[in-house]
Each structure stands twice: as structure tokens, then as C-alpha cells.
Write a protein that binds this ligand. Structure first.
Ligand SMILES: [Zn+2]
Length: 543
């Protein structure tokens, strides 16, 4: 595998790989862009062609093509290797026999077998196929999304996989089978039974989990207590709050069209793709989280929220809009007919779906319209604008955007702009905290990576890097000047740290000298300590 890595590195140029994701500008002999890994206005993300590496002066992200792809696509090293090998036209040699396969490989493998099993079962079950047809899903969509069916039996998948030789432990860890807590019978049984199966893939297209939709039964629903959708449990491959359903198929289209359409359900997603809107993605059985939107932001900074046309859908859209705007995304919301979800709209008329998306409004305008539709009393409208709309405007980073929406609100409510500006000063920013499981953001990882170094080592590492970058940047360009400034500050900090270390040593020596009552040495050390003290004070003042 080592050899493969080298071949890939030889064949692919880092600027080529990176510019598949973000727009690079020339800066001296290197390239720069706005960092895809943290929020920023002016570019501090640099790519060096000579060293085939990248570095962000803003958040400290750094690495080669492999770490870039890992970070960008949310893949592990093997995933990145697979993706880049394809790009470079390198056939990866796996010397791995089944003995040396990692647990992850085994889980990927068993999930692939399960997908094939579900696909086959769908061809054998009439009522499942009938249901899919009734929802307007065509043959081609079934194939490309690998939609399947889990039979209404307790152990059909489990027995099938055991017969193929898969270990019980791996089947359990893949989230395909479980044992019941209470009963004495510890024989595993299938998690998915009598459900339409939608496989979820990572950004490489490898299956990592499933979502199963219950089949409606005419003769009353015998399983009234079962959830409509059931997702795989979280596994080492599947984190609900991070995985975007459909991203493997949508990512290139999102990049090309420079916006993404966000829907809530599996049916909505596959039908939207079927109708030609291939830049659609869905969350996997949870509200959109900060982690989801941060991943999306690496592909495009514009999103359209197309949630169900009811109050629940509207609330969900409001939450996602607030999150999105706080991440500096341009958020539009589409207006679905009352009581309909995207799947139903598309089934009836796929052109209507196109029109609805085209008519999406900036989130502030959309939510204001909703208030206006429901409240007739001008004073109540004003109150709700203050409570629901101003906190969103407050989140916007651009003053131009803020004033655009303030003037729109003023025109439509008849309230003077100055009043809104006054209120805007007092209003609290909308709450953008995510559910607790979603704040594992990639930046934390990046800072953690650096934290095992001492402060001094970090400064020294950074100084070395600045030296390298300065060789490549155009002289007295803006970045060059910024680096000058940073270098001076770092040197200053470093001297302070070094002086403090000196001071510690001197104080220790002084204690020893005092113990041995060496008056001459005490005098000498006291003088030295005073000098170092004043040095540190000078350095502090320079800051
Ligand atoms: Zn950055």
C-alpha cells in the first residue's frame, strides 16, 4: 500500500485536487483560497505546489492530498486512498487476506452483502414493489439508489449472512442484528423486518447504514407501535449527526450548480434526484446539525431548505436557517403547498417541484411572509418580527445584507428603519447551539492535534512554517505583510517564554545560594533576576 500512496502522490498535483473543491488564486509561487475548514472572510488557506502541502494560517489545518480529502469528504485514510486512487487511475493492491482484514473492512463487507440481499428480496416481494411503484419511484431509481426490501421474518438476513461465513460479532457491530434484553433467548435477530430499505453511503459510495420504511397495510396497521422510519444504530462507520444521505451522488452536482437542496425524508431525496434535481441531499433521520451544514459548506455556501408544508416543517426550516446563517451560508426556503411533502409534490407533477424550488425566498422574507399570512394586527406583526426575525438578521455577518432586510421589513411593515436598527442593537442573537451529539466539529480535532505540543514548540513550529511560506509569497504582498506581523509577534512571545524559563532557573539558583549563605552569589543573582524582569516587562509592553 505504501507504494500505492507514492504513485498516487506522483500522479496527482495538490492544486488540481484542491481546486476540485475550492477556487484557488495564485499568490506568489503558491496558491491561496478561503479556508474550507473554518469560517473566514479573507483567504488564509495556502497551497504549496513545490511542497505538495496545504496550510491554513487561520485555523492551523495542514497536510497533503490525503489529509485534505479525509477532512473534506469526511473519510478515513482508506476512504481517501480509494477516492484518490480512482482519480489517479491507480489500482490498489490489497495484500490483505481475510485474516488480516481490519474490523472496519469486515463491517463494510457485511453491509455490502446485506445490501445485495435486500435488493434481491425486493424483486421477490410483490407488495413491496407495488408500494414503491405507487410512490412514483421508477426502476432506474431503485437500481441506482439500491433500494431493497427486508423480509417479514425474524432471521432471514442473519441466517443468510452466517451461511456466507460472516462472524456473529461483525453482523452485530454492523447494526444488522441485535439480541433482546429481557428474554432468555440470546439468539440475534434482524433489526430490519418487513421494511423498504434505503441504503446510506459514505461520500465514496460505500454502504455504511440503512434506513427502513414501514410498509403501509390496508387491514389497519398491526404494528402500530413501530416507527415509520427505522435507522441503523450508530456504529463505527455511521454517525447520524454527520452523515448526509445522498452526498455521494449529489456532491459533484452541488459543486457545479453551487447550491444544495436540503430535504428531510428518503422518499423526498430519491424522487428529487429522479426528477433531475441531482444536487439534493437529506439528513439521515435527524434534524440538520451544525456538523451537517459545515460539511455542506465545503461544497457550496448556498442552500435551499425544502421541508414539509406544515408547521413542523416550518419550525425545522427555521432552526436550520438560523444554523446556516450563523455559518455564513446563504439560506433560502421553499414554500411547499400546505400539507404536502416534496415526495408527494414530485409524484403529482415534477415540473411543479422545479417551480417551487425556483420560487424559494431568502429565509428572512420567507418567515416574514408566514407571519404576515397569519397575523392581521399590525402591532402583533411588529412584535413577532422583533422576536422571530431580528435575531436572524442579527446573525448575518454582512452589513449590506442586514440593511437590505431591514429596509425590506420597514417597507412592508410601515415601521421606520431606525426603529429596527435600534431594536437590532438590543436583540439577542438567535440560539445556534446544536444538539449535544453534533458539536464534534472538525476544528476541535485540528486544535487537539496541536495541543500535545508545548506552547513553545507550537510557536517554533509556526515560525519555521512562516519562513517556508515567505519564500513562496510575492514580496510585500498583503499576506507577506501579515506574515511579517505574525512573525514579529511570535518572536516576541518566544522571547517572553525563554526569559520566563531563565527567570525560573535563576530563582532556583538564588534559593540554593541563600541556603548556603553565599552573599556574593546572592548579590550577583539578584542583579541578573532584576535584568530579566525588566526584559520581560519590555516585551509585555511591546505587545
Ligand atoms: Zn482554516
Amino acid at each position: 500500500m505504501r507504494g500505492d500512496v507514492d504513485t498516487i502522490k506522483e500522479r496527482l498535483d495538490i492544486t488540481e485536487v484542491v481546486s476540485g473543491y475550492i477556487k484557488l488564486e495564485k499568490a506568489g509561487t503558491s496558491f491561496k483560497a478561503r479556508c474550507p475548514f473554518h469560517n473566514e472572510k479573507s483567504p488564509s488557506f495556502f497551497v504549496s505546489q513545490t511542497r505538495q502541502s496545504f496550510y491554513c494560517f487561520g485555523c492551523g489545518a495542514k497536510g497533503d492530498i490525503f489529509s485534505f480529502i479525509e477532512e473534506m469528504e469526511g473519510l478515513d485514510f482508506r476512504g481517501a486512498l480509494k477516492l484518490l486512487a480512482e482519480k489517479a487511475g491507480v489500482e490498489i493492491e490489497y495484500h490483505a487476506t481475510s485474516e488480516s482484514k481490519t474490523e472496519k473492512d469486515k463491517i463494510f463487507f457485511v453491509l455490502e452483502e446485506a445490501t445485495k440481499f435486500f435488493e434481491k428480496e425486493l424483486t421477490l416481494n410483490d407488495s413491496a414493489r407495488q408500494y414503491i411503484i405507487s410512490r412514483g419511484i421508477n426502476e432506474e431509481t431503485v437500481k441506482s439508489w439500491r433500494i431493497g426490501y427486508a423480509p417479514a421474518e425474524w432471521r432471514s438476513l442473519y441466517n443468510h449472512l452466517r451461511n456466507l461465513g460472516h462472524e456473529e460479532g461483525i453482523i452485530m457491530k454492523a447494526g444488522l442484528a441485535r439480541v433482546s434484553d429481557g428474554s432468555a433467548n440470546k439468539e440475534p435477530y434482524d433489526v430490519f423486518r418487513d421494511r423498504i430499505i434505503f441504503p446510506l453511503a459514505d461520500s465514496n459510495g460505500s454502504i455504511i447504514a440503512f434506513s427502513g420504511r414501514i410498509l403501509p397495510r390496508e387491514s389497519g396497521n398491526s404494528k402500530g407501535t413501530e416507527p415509520k422510519y427505522l435507522n441503523s444504530p450508530e456504529t463505527i462507520l455511521f454517525t447520524k449527526s454527520e452523515v448526509l444521505y445522498g452526498l455521494d451522488k449529489a456532491k459533484d452536482h452541488i459543486r457545479k450548480r453551487d447550491y444544495a437542496v436540503l430535504v428531510e425524508g428518503q422518499m423526498d431525496l430519491v424522487l428529487s434526484h429522479q426528477s433531475g434535481i441531482r444536487n439534493t441531499i437529506a439528513s439521515s433521520g435527524t434534524a440538520f446539525t451544525r456538523a451537517h451544514l459545515e460539511r455542506l459548506k465545503r461544497l457550496s455556501s448556498r442552500i435551499i431548505l425544502a421541508f414539509d408544508g406544515d408547521l413542523a416543517g416550518e419550525r425545522a426550516a427555521q432552526k436550520s436557517a438560523i444554523l446556516g446563517i450563523s455559518l455564513d451560508l446563504e439560506v433560502k426556503v421553499s414554500n411547499l403547498p400546505e400539507g404536502l411533502d416534496p415526495a408527494e409534490v414530485i409524484r403529482q407533477d415534477s415540473q411543479a417541484w422545479n417551480d417551487i424550488l425556483r420560487g424559494s425566498l431568502p429565509s428572512v422574507e420567507f418567515f416574514f411572509n408566514k407571519i404576515e399570512e397569519r397575523e392581521k394586527d399590525q402591532r402583533k406583526i411588529g412584535k413577532r418580527v422583533e422576536k422571530e426575525i431580528l435575531p436572524i438578521i442579527k446573525l448575518m455577518n454582512s452589513a449590506i445584507e442586514q440593511s437590505h432586510f431591514v429596509s425590506m421589513l420597514s417597507k412592508r411593515t410601515g415601521i421606520k428603519e431606525e426603529m429596527f436598527w435600534e431594536d437590532l442593537k438590543k436583540v439577542k442573537r438567535a440560539d445556534t447551539s446544536s444538539p449535544p451529539d453534533s458539536n464534534l466539529d472538525s476544528r476541535d480535532e485540528i486544535t487537539n492535534r496541536a495541543s500535545h505540543l508545548t506552547h513553545r514548540e507550537q510557536i517554533e513550529e509556526r515560525l519555521a512554517l512562516i519562513k517556508l511560506w515567505r519564500e513562496e509569497l510575492p514580496k510585500s504582498s498583503q499576506e507577506d505583510l501579515l506574515l511579517d506581523k505574525e512573525e514579529a509577534e511570535l518572536n516576541n512571545n518566544l522571547s517572553r517564554i525563554l526569559s520566563r524559563d531563565d527567570l525560573k532557573k535563576l530563582v532556583l539558583e538564588l534559593a540554593r545560594a541563600e541556603a548556603s549563605k553565599d552573599t556574593k552569589l546572592i548579590k550577583k543573582l539578584t542583579l541578573k533576576i532584576r535584568k530579566v524582569h525588566s526584559q520581560i516587562r519590555d516585551l509585555e509592553e511591546k505587545r
